[in-house]
Design a protein around this ligand. Structure first.
Ligand code: GLP
Length: 244
């Protein structure tokens, strides 16, 4: 789906999420969302916050699972995805505190395997993801599933690519300050979501979007795995779609 600009595109995605939340409320069940960080989803969260304030959209039945977190990372650090999600969404709407989950960047390394398995189990225990929101890295990563991640990759600790760390270096105030590792939801649990929407804005994403949508399905571009999913949309602005 190609929109004139990211604002219109974000509006459409936020409406889809809001419709899903309202639908699940009517059905008297939880709405299980997979949420993403990065700059791309910010405008979607801003629209959802606006709908909460202006239209009374309630998040009381939402259960959410974030894709990833840097490792090691304290939740209250300004660089943490915990902080990001609280500032962009959770503290601005009525989602109950016990309903949102973000990988814990402080888990001791010897407990990580167990922790990652339990994170996935928690998603399954509430019925799986109704909707997964994704961004895309310049190298095709989804969550932090870097190139080389297999289609059956589970939730795990991953070593970040140099290009991923370089892209984050401004924010961290230098490459040496960017963590070398992260916890990421695996490719397999992402593909298990019943509906997936990937967002990309701007010309810098144009070539990786082309490769993901029109290229071969390859571990060199993990976003290309989405081609195998039965209900996925790439929601793009005109610049991100310019090489299609
Ligand atoms: C980080 C996140 C990804 C995100 C990517 C792209 O690497 N872990 O989930 O998709 O950034 O970020 P942006 O949307 O800022 O381009």
């Amino acid at each position: 789906q190609i929109f004139a600009n990211s604002k219109e595109a974000s509006g459409a995605v936020a409406r889809e999420i809001a419709d899903l939340i309202r639908q699940t409320q009517k059905e008297g069940r939880s709405c299980v969302l997979g949420l993403a960080t990065g700059s791309s989803p910010k405008t979607v969260y801003a629209q959802l916050v606006r709908m909460h304030r202006e239209e009374g959209l309630s998040f009381r039945n939402v259960i959410s699972f974030n894709l990833d977190e840097y490792y090691q990372m304290e939740p209250d650090s300004i660089h943490s995805y915990h902080r990001f999600m609280k500032e962009q969404l959770f503290d601005l709407v009525d989602i109950p505190k016990e309903n949102y989950f973000i990988p814990d960047g402080t888990v001791p390394s010897k407990l990580l395997r167990e922790y990652c398995a339990s994170y996935e189990n928690k998603i399954n225990a509430v019925g799986g993801l109704d909707f997964q929101l994704l961004g895309i890295g310049g190298n095709g990563h989804i969550g932090f599933n870097e190139p080389g991640s297999l289609i059956n990759a589970r939730t795990r600790l991953i070593t970040l690519d140099h290009s991923t760390r370089a892209a984050a270096s401004m924010e961290f105030g230098g490459l040496h300050k960017v963590p070398r590792k992260a916890i990421t939801l695996g490719v397999a649990p992402i593909l298990n979501a019943r509906r997936i929407v990937l967002l990309a804005w701007g010309e810098r994403k144009a070539s990786v979007i082309r490769a993901a949508v029109e290229g071969h399905v390859t571990e060199l571009n993990p976003a290309s795995y989405l081609q195998a999913h039965p209900d996925v949309s790439f929601v793009l602005d005109e610049s991100a779609a310019s090489e299609l």
